[in-house]
Each structure stands twice: as C-alpha cells, then as structure tokens.
Design a protein around this ligand. Structure first.
Ligand code: 0PR
Length: 363
C-alpha cells in the first residue's frame, strides 16, 4: 500500500488503463455472463451498500430476496419453494450437496452426477468428502438412461441432473431421474444454473423443474441469462425445512441462525436480479430468449454450410461444433472433447453472428 494516497484523477486514469486489458463482450462467444441490463445496474447501485448476511439491518433488501425466490419458484412451477440468493452456480451446487449429505444420513455417502456436470461438483465433493460417481453420456451428450441405475446404491444421497449443460446445451433425462429419485427416496438436485432462465421461455422444452415430483432442489443463476449484475445465483428447494440441516448459530447478528454458505452477501445484485425479471416480465424474457435461440440456430446453420456441423442439436443457446480452428479475433472455448463451444448470450446479436461467420469462412 502507498504511504500517501493519490489523487482521484490519477487513480481513475490508472483504473481505465487497466480496464483496457479486459475484453469487451462483443466478440466473446465463450461466456455465460453478459452485459447487465440497464435496470439491473440501476437497482444494483441503489442497494450497493446492503448486506443480506445481516438481514435484520436490511429488512427491505431481505424482502426483495424473498420476492426473487418467490418469482423464480413460481417460474419453476412451485411458488412455495424455499430459497436464498448465492454467489452463483458453484455455491448453489455446493450447498445442494451439503443439504443432501446432511439429510441423507449415510456413513459413506456418494453422489451420482452426469459426465457433463459442471466442475463445481468436483469441488463440492472434495470439500464435503463425498464420493463422486460419474454416469457416462449417451451419443447426444446426455446422462445415459440405461446406465444410471448401475451407479446408484444404498449409500447414494444425491442424484444430479443438468438442465442446459455447460458444454453442449442439452438437458439430462430429468423426468426419468425424478421417477428413480422418487421411488428410492433420494434427493434430486437439478443444476439449471444456465437453463433455468432459458427453458421456461422455450415452447415444448423438456420438463426439468418442480413440476416433476422427484425434483428436490434447483440451482438457477440470474447472472447468466437473467442479465443481472454479478454475483447473482439462487438455490431453490421444494421443502424449506431442509435448510435446518445447514444452520449454524449466529449469536451476534440480528438473526440467530444462518443456513447459507457465505456470511456477508450482496443485496445489490439481488435487487438487480429481481429488477430485470420484474421489468421484462415473462413476455420480455421470452423475447430475449427467442432472439438468443434464433441466433444460435443461425450460427448452427452457417457453421454447417461452412463444413463444421454442430456436435448435437442443443435445447438452449449453447452450441458446440466439430471444428478445431478459431476465427481470428474471436473468443470461443473448447469442450473437454475438443469441440468448438459457443454461447449466444444477449450481447451476441444477429450482425455479430454474420461477422463471426464471415471470419469463420476465412480461418
Ligand atoms: N452449473 C452450470 C451448468 C454452469 O454452466 C456453471 C457455469 C455453473 C454451474 C457454475 O456457475 P458459477 O460460475 O456462477 O459458479 N458455467 C460457465 C463455465 O464455467 C461459467 C462461465 C461464465 C464461464 C462466464 C466463462 C465465462 O466467461 O463455463
């Protein structure tokens, strides 16, 4: 730290020079985050100093968190869902597995996840000392229905399904998982960190949420397709009493128990997440998702014409291609199998796709 502070002008000129090293979103097709919606930024700034870690001090903000949970719960077919805001999919997945472990009551617990699961489950299992069992994918990169049962036994405390996979944008057979979990009384967690704010706005999309009776818990991230500011995730549960399993005493706060993983939690991004959903409503969200899906299909068609077929037709706006090159100046990513992975977030407009395809032709 400098002994003496600097001038504000000096400081901000330094900050702008640093920011120049960040990539603007325009040519980034690898990200699941995007430019926040203007109402998100306004709401975030309005609640910037609030801390949901001590909700008794910020009762207004805490009521917004409850409203966010209520809105997301209703969207995912259970308006009485319990929940709280998290820093994103990783934290939600850790907490989901923590609840499953605590309520499962097994001495040597294991968790069954699809091969396509996000790497956050690896972190969660390591932290929680859970055995991670990985079910191979079928030819469409979904959890193979015929193999699931081979991985479940009497020590399985949680089955995980992904609704909108990170690498291929597909949805696991959640309805089948719901039947198995229901029959065996196993906690079923659905990672809809990405798909949770896409699938409800797509006609005839597969069931993945609380509509299925076996689904116990869902991760959904407003800082992805919800166009919120970062960090904004949400963990939803069918039975709010499961939160007792992760509670600790917090004697010197305004509330005396806390079930969340983080202590201090931002209210700004919660206000932002709520603001976008409220402002756009279902119709506005559907328009955003329609546009992203239209652009995804345009990209799939264009890449196909250039000789780069899509690895699997996605259900959400993530498309991966049999292509080992990268157009100059663009940011894409690679799946574990080496496919070119793209995500058509709201900042990827139709003209951006045209430009990308033009450059892809020349690579
Ligand atoms: N579950 C799924 C299905 C995800 O796709 C992700 C993130 C997570 C959980 C974890 O969410 P958090 O990162 O919010 O904890 N998937 C992206 C990924 O890891 C996140 C991402 C976002 C990556 C922006 C790059 C980027 O620029 O690939």
């Amino acid at each position: 730290m400098q002994k003496k502070g600097c001038s504000e002008e000096e400081l901000f000129s330094f900050l702008s020079s640093v920011k120049k090293n960040d990539r603007a979103y325009r040519k980034v097709l690898s990200s699941m985050c995007t430019i926040p919606h203007p109402v998100a930024v306004r709401a975030h700034n309005m609640f910037i100093e609030t801390n949901l870690g001590d909700p008794g001090l910020f009762m207004g903000t805490a009521s917004l968190e409850a409203l966010l949970v209520e809105r997301l719960g209703s969207l995912l077919h259970y308006k009485d869902a319990g929940g709280y805001s998290t820093s994103g999919g990783t934290e939600s997945n850790i907490q989901a597995l923590r609840i499953a472990r605590e309520t499962g009551g097994k001495k040597f617990p294991n968790v069954v996840v699809p091969e396509s699961a996000h790497f956050s489950f690896e972190k969660a299992c390591e932290i929680l000392s859970l055995e991670l069992r990985t079910v191979p994918s079928d030819s469409e990169f979904r959890m193979d229905e015929n193999k699931i049962e081979d991985y479940i036994d009497k020590n399985t405390v949680c089955i995980v399904g992904v609704a909108g996979t990170t690498e291929y944008g597909v949805v696991d057979p959640i309805s089948y998982l719901s039947d198995i979990a229901g029959d065996r009384g196993i906690f079923l967690h659905v990672d809809a960190a990405f798909g949770g704010l896409v699938l409800p706005f797509i006609k005839n999309s597969p069931d993945f949420d609380f509509k299925l009776p076996g689904v116990s818990c869902i991760s959904v991230d407003p800082h992805k397709m919800g166009m919120s500011t970062i960090p904004a995730g949400c963990l939803l549960v069918r039975d709010p009493s499961v939160f007792r399993s992760t509670e600790v005493d917090t004697p010197y706060l305004t509330v005396h128990k806390e079930c969340t993983l983080c202590g201090t939690r931002p209210g700004g991004s919660v206000a932002a997440a709520f603001a976008v959903l409220e402002y756009l409503g279902e119709e506005g969200m559907k328009e955003v998702v329609d546009r992203c899906m239209k652009n995804t299909h345009k990209l799939i068609l264009g890449m196909g014409e250039l000789g780069y077929p899509v690895a699997v037709r996605p259900t959400v706006n993530v498309a991966s291609f049999l292509c080992d090159k990268t157009p100059k100046g663009w940011q894409v990513s690679r799946t574990r199998a080496g496919h070119m992975r793209t995500v058509c977030m709201p900042h990827i407009t139709e003209d951006v796709i045209d430009e990308f395809l033009k450059d892809a032709k020349e690579m």
